[in-house]
Design a protein around this ligand. Structure first.
Ligand SMILES: *Cc1c(COP(=O)(O)O)cnc(C)c1O
Length: 228
């Protein structure tokens, strides 16, 4: 087995352990930034559920090389409004939508293409000023706005909490995300279905899964640490 395949097998075991007997499906998204097409293909061969890229340019380059063949494609990084037209319709899920303006532009482009674009709403759950994401108080308004965007479907929520020495410190944030997810699942807005709760990265995914994540985004634990 390649080390990438071994790493993925270990992550699957850790996810199963974090579910402690529960059999909820947890989708494993490989965060593929700074890993080349060959390494991305290895991760796909080893059975990740999706690949997530952070930058539109890097995504487009690797996509042109066929890096993601056979695997769902996600965008997980900060999306600039001027990159929207390059991305909509190219990926299965845009996880990082955090403004009405982005929704409006995504909707407009998806209409032109005649498709419906799936997205998640990114929440700044720890209220860190420098981070992307809306505050939890803004969620209802953005969902109402999204329900008027016929070419966009909101599939759930995503967050990137602070980096911690001790991942348990993020437990309250994951629990708060889970509560938002549950509270909004019962709302009956058009074009909104709370299917995915995307949280947990290399350092904290077992905690995120224990607190209710059904989608984790993992880079270094699959590919090794990134060389910047
Ligand atoms: C890079 C990245 C990840 C994965 O980070 P690791 O700590 O390497 O697992 C997850 N989510 C987002 C948005 C990222 O940019």
């Amino acid at each position: 087995m390649s080390s990438i395949a071994e790493n993925i097998a270990l992550i699957r075991q850790n996810i199963a352990a974090a579910l402690s007997g529960g059999d909820r499906a947890v989708l494993l998204v490989a965060a593929t930034k700074m890993n080349d097409a060959a390494r991305v293909r290895e991760a796909i061969a080893a059975g990740v559920d999706a690949c997530g890229e952070n930058r539109v340019q890097e995504f487009a380059e690797k996509n042109a090389l066929g890096a993601y063949a056979g695997c769902p494609k996600h965008f997980i990084g900060h999306l600039q409004t001027n990159k929207v037209n390059k991305l909509v319709g190219q990926v299965d899920l845009i996880q990082s939508v955090d403004s009405e303006e982005l929704l409006r532009l995504i909707n407009r482009r998806a209409e032109v293409l005649g498709i419906v674009q799936d997205v998640l709403i990114e929440i700044s759950i720890a209220g860190e000023a420098q981070k992307s994401g809306i505050s939890p108080d803004e969620l209802d308004a953005i969902l109402r706005f999204a329900s008027g965007c016929a070419a966009v479907r909101v599939r759930g929520l995503m967050c990137v909490p602070p980096i911690r020495q001790n991942p348990d410190e993020n437990r309250p944030y994951f629990a708060a995300m889970r509560q938002l997810f549950v509270d909004n699942s019962s709302k009956k807005y058009d074009n909104i279905s709370m299917d995915f709760l995307s949280m947990g990265m290399t350092d904290d995914y077992p905690v995120a899964v224990a607190e209710g994540a059904n989608m984790v985004r993992i880079g270094s634990a699959i590919f090794g640490s990134r060389q910047y």
